[in-house]
Write a protein that binds this ligand. Structure first.
Ligand code: CP
Length: 304
């Protein structure tokens, strides 16, 4: 799709519905080897936080497209010594064809994108995780053959993953319910944006009751209770989040065909039981694999 060439992906809502559907279709075709575009370009990975899936899937995606990756570890570049982001952005965009950034604030990501002429991809900020959600929606669609009429239920912290799920599901007409403790609800402006994106055609619901949220859902999804950078809060969060665990009892309330998703890494016995994570309804390994296919489709489209 020509409209994606040269664009940034800072939020899942940067895509139109047609563009998101195009990326899922392209990813599905690439997965079965029907489409194998050549894209001999260079992607920089500027990651301020740890990553296994995102780092490796972006790297392998570029290799499979015939391109290269440069790891821009902040500790081994001047970024870690405080070189201003606008300066770094204006230099890197003369060397690279695209950059994927994992950082804390969406503001820093936006600042980099404001100064870089190349595509800038959000590889996770505290606000959003759009690449994860492309893989999630691909996994959901593979499991049911369609996204139409499905309800995804996210249980847990109203974090970056919850935000991108709210926006991504609303964009593609998937009903989305998010159940969180009141003090860890998703940001109100994200919820309002999701409601606007849905246009009233699909459900966008934020609630505190995990049982009510799970009832009849086609997918139960969770993430860790304390994300990267929140490790010091982990102990205080445990008792608050305990009722928000995905376990056999909660899964029994969902649609009998329901799948279980987790963006990983998982903390067994906390946000999800080992039995459910490893059980027959879990699709977490397929979901992790789909990071590769979704990002390959994204890279091929942004890089033309
Ligand atoms: N889900 C996810 O983003 O995994 P990583 O932190 O390992 O990249």
């Amino acid at each position: 799709m020509d409209t994606l060439r040269g664009r940034d992906l800072l939020s899942i809502a940067d895509l139109s519905r047609a563009e998101a559907e195009y990326l899922l279709d392209l990813a599905a075709q690439m997965k079965i080897g029907k489409v194998a575009p050549r894209c001999p370009k260079v992607l920089g990975l500027l990651f301020h936080k740890a990553s296994t899936r995102t780092r490796v899937s972006f790297t392998v995606a570029m290799y499979q497209l015939g391109g290269q990756v440069i790891d821009l570890n902040p500790q081994s570049t001047q970024v870690g010594r405080g070189e201003p982001l606008p300066d770094t952005a204006r230099v890197l965009d003369r060397y690279l064809d695209a950059v994927a950034i994992r950082t804390y604030g969406q503001v820093e990501l936006q600042l980099f994108a404001d100064y870089a002429r190349i595509p800038v991809i959000n590889a996770l900020t505290d606000r959003e995780h759009p690449c994860q959600i492309l893989a999630d929606l691909l996994t959901l669609r593979e499991s049911f053959g369609t996204l139409a009429g499905l309800t995804l239920c996210y249980i847990g912290d109203g974090n970056n993953v919850a935000h991108s799920l709210l926006l991504g599901c609303a964009l593609l007409g998937v009903n989305i319910r998010v159940a969180s403790p009141p003090q860890f609800a998703p940001l109100p402006d994200i919820v309002a944006q999701a409601q606007a994106l849905s246009g009233g055609k699909s459900e966008v619901t934020v609630l505190t009751d995990p049982q009510a949220a799970a009832k009849g859902a086609h997918a139960l999804y969770t993430d860790v209770w304390a994300s990267m950078g929140q490790e010091a809060e982990a102990g205080d969060r445990q008792p608050i989040f305990r009722p928000y665990q995905i376990n056999d009892q909660l899964l029994a309330l969902a649609d009998p065909r329901a799948i279980v998703l987790h963006c990983l890494p998982a903390h067994r016995g906390e946000e999800i039981t080992a039995g459910v994570l490893e059980g027959p309804q879990s699709r977490v390994w397929e979901q992790a694999e789909n990071r590769l296919h979704a990002q390959k489709a994204l890279l091929a489209s942004l890089l033309g």
